[in-house]
Design a protein around this ligand. Structure first.
Ligand SMILES: [Zn+2]
Length: 346
């Protein structure tokens, strides 16, 4: 059992097979690298956002330098919206995460879908970075591809505020944006899998229960995510930021293998609500504990999360790029120190 690779450990945990300890992972809002790691290997943002070789090298550095058991791309939730013509700000600094800053569209039938989506803007960069990672670390590390959830992508295309208001006043117009985002997500998610990703991590921060009602999630977002999960046809995680306790059961019913929860969710309660439908990944605070506190605080929070029953120990969202590596190392140490072998281990 000591020879278990991170990839085996993760897939064993997902499939109720024996594990030697709890796996660590990151499936939040698609961000797994730090400026400290960039400086250590001399590969930096913003260049690595557009260069598949640099992206793969940087993604690999997370495991090499911190032990966090993941090789994840990309570092943002802007790939699909940029490919569809939304305005994107890449920033100029080593800690700049690309952001969607606006949309040229007021109606869904105006959206210009590229003839070959898989060749548009940074989509080929991501597909190539996945193939490189698959070849270099794919036997041992899970290669994770993050993608934008359908509600968030629809918000990028239509403007999130008009969409939130419009779904009540002009539902047909905004359902058009959501249907388009679902089709794009289905094509893109399948392509990520075919490029060699072991896991697809769908992040839909705009669908948080802090923003929309559980009823709206059930009626609009849940079926859209379920369609994308079906199109992906492989292992998938679903991450939604904030306190999503009211929709955890629905999130699990989309067919994903694991729900990635934020630190606003009570892990023990989450376990009960999801009840065997999906594994719980999380939920160590990225904005407070990992970013601002020290290794001791991280270990304490990890101990509590493991005791509460998280199946996969992970940051609560995408990692802030200015997180100190020592805190990520403390998270990985906690998995080794605090977790007990599963009952099935010989
Ligand atoms: Zn998040």
């Amino acid at each position: 059992m000591t020879d278990m690779t991170p990839k085996e450990r993760l897939f064993n945990a997902l499939n109720d097979r024996p594990i030697d300890r709890i796996p660590t992972f990151c499936s939040g809002c698609s961000q797994t690298v730090t400026v400290e790691s960039m400086e250590a290997i001399r590969v930096y943002w913003p260049e690595a956002h557009r260069d598949p070789g640099k992206m793969a090298e940087l993604s690999r550095s997370t495991y090499d330098l911190t032990g966090l058991e993941v090789a994840g791309v990309p570092y943002c939730l802007s790939i699909e919206a940029e490919a569809l013509g939304c305005y994107t700000d890449f920033g100029s600094k080593r800690d700049s995460i690309p952001q969607i800053t606006g949309t040229p569209y007021t109606d869904f039938d105006e959206v210009v879908v590229p003839e070959d989506l898989l060749m548009a803007k940074r989509v080929p960069v991501i597909l190539e970075a996945i193939s490189i990672l698959k070849e270099r670390v794919g036997d041992t590390l899970p290669v994770v591809a993050g993608m934008t959830g359908p509600f968030t992508l629809a918000g990028h295309l239509s403007g999130i505020e008009p969409m939130l208001k419009g779904l009540i006043r002009k539902p047909d117009k905004y359902m058009g944006f959501i249907q388009l985002a679902t089709e794009i997500g289905s094509i893109y998610g399948k392509a990520l899998m075919e490029a060699g990703a072991d896991v697809i991590s769908i992040a839909d921060p705009s669908a948080s229960s802090d923003i929309i009602s559980p009823r709206m999630f059930r009626g609009i977002v849940k079926p859209a995510i379920a369609r994308i999960v079906e199109a992906i046809g492989g292992t998938s995680f679903l991450h939604i930021c904030g306190n999503c306790t009211p929709i955890l059961g629905d999130m699990a019913e989309t067919g994903v293998n694991s729900i990635s929860i934020s630190d606003k969710v009570d892990a023990r309660q989450a376990k009960g609500l999801v009840s065997g439908k999906a594994k719980i990944t999380g939920n160590i605070s990225t904005t407070v504990t990992l970013l601002l506190k020290g290794p001791e605080d991280v270990r304490e929070e990890c101990r509590a999360a493991i005791e509460a029953g998280v199946d996969i120990l992970a940051p609560s969202c995408g990692i802030s790029p200015v997180t100190p590596n020592r805190n990520i190392i403390a998270l990985v140490d906690s998995a080794r120190i605090h977790s007990l072998p599963s009952a099935g281990v010989p």
